[in-house]
Ligand binder design. Structure first.
Ligand code: C2E
Ligand code: MG
Ligand code: MG
Ligand code: MG
Length: 275
């Protein structure tokens, strides 16, 4: 089973290994079992519409409840899961779980919420990706118009022809596409305008100092205008302060996400949050 990440393949390097590399190997090894042991959990962070003054949806964010190490954040294991390929299995689990949660919100809250799911480059490029998304939509019964897939600029700009083809197929399934961490990669505006996408998510690094930094202010303003002109919806990430919210509201930014609204919540706490 453990064909890619088996520790024995690496053991002869151990004398020269740094602690960091040792930790990485431990993660590779444990990732294999984490799915079977049910150690992954999705948290959901609310996205709030300033226009409507109501919750618009939630972004699903994975956590790993490691049996000895406690909670491991995604940035510590997602890149490794991508390297070993196990991200494909994890990604399917994430998508299925998030879709089931969306259906549960609808059934229990009687109001449809969007759910946004992060898709890694490896998943997006996998030949069975479209088939998996399609199957999971059918299996879970989610109304696909409430499913948003978040991809980063680096994915979107990779192999433009392939990306457009893939995005078109996803759009045919009825899902929306969002560009995550917008502004941190190197998007070509020329490419951007040709992509069938629905939403930009401004990276939180631009929001952080928005009240004091004139450059950031100008950039965010430009992104908001760009989104409007391209008829894309726009989410500001990492909104922590009420002053940031006020500023974004003045600029007619619609949707905000961040600790000011709420940290990512456990699934069982989302319903209470909605009520
Ligand atoms: P992301 O998609 O850009 O997610 C936003 C990150 O910002 C999350 O970190 C969230 O907890 C954090 N955040 C939210 N509001 C605030 C705020 O007001 N201030 C600050 N400082 N941070 C805030 P998290 O959960 O650690 O996730 C990090 C990244 O890991 C995500 O960035 C995403 O790229 C990746 N990731 C998370 N879940 C998944 C997943 O299920 N699959 C894949 N492929 N990647 C995932
Ligand atoms: Mg995201
Ligand atoms: Mg982001
Ligand atoms: Mg990110």
């Amino acid at each position: 089973k453990a064909k890619t990440g088996s520790i024995s393949n690496y053991v002869f390097f151990s004398s020269e290994m740094h602690a960091q590399e040792m930790e990485k190997l431990a993660i590779i090894n444990d990732l294999q079992q984490a799915l079977e042991r049910n150690e992954f959990e999705l948290y959901y962070q609310p996205q709030f519409s300033l226009n409507k003054q109501e919750v618009y949806g939630f972004e699903a964010l994975i956590r790993w409840n490691h049996q000895e190490k406690g909670i491991i954040p995604p940035l510590k294991f997602i890149p490794i899961a991508e390297e070993t390929g196990i991200i494909i299995e994890i990604g399917k689990w994430v998508l299925r779980t998030a879709c089931l949660q969306q259906v549960a919100w609808y059934q229990q809250h009687a109001k449809a919420m969007c759910v946004a799911v992060n898709i890694s480059m490896k998943e997006f490029q996998n030949t069975s990706f479209i088939g998996s998304v399609s199957n999971i939509i059918k299996e879970t019964g989610i109304d696909s118009k409430y499913l948003e897939l978040e991809i980063t600029e680096s994915i979107a700009m990779c192999d433009v022809k392939f990306v457009i083809q893939t995005l078109i197929q996803l759009k045919e399934l009825g899902v929306s596409i969002s560009i995550d961490d917008f502004g941190t990669g190197y998007s070509s505006l020329h490419v951007l305008k040709t992509l069938p996408i629905d939403q930009l998510k401004i990276d939180r690094s631009f929001i952080q100092d928005i009240q004091s930094n004139h450059q950031d202010k100008a950039i965010v303003e430009t992104f908001i205008t760009l989104a409007k002109k391209l008829q894309l919806s726009l989410v500001a990430e990492g909104v922590e302060l009420d002053d940031q919210r006020k500023f974004l509201e003045e600029l007619h930014c619609d949707i905000i996400q961040g600790y000011l609204i709420s940290p990512p919540l456990k699934a069982q706490d989302t319903l209470r949050y909605l009520q």
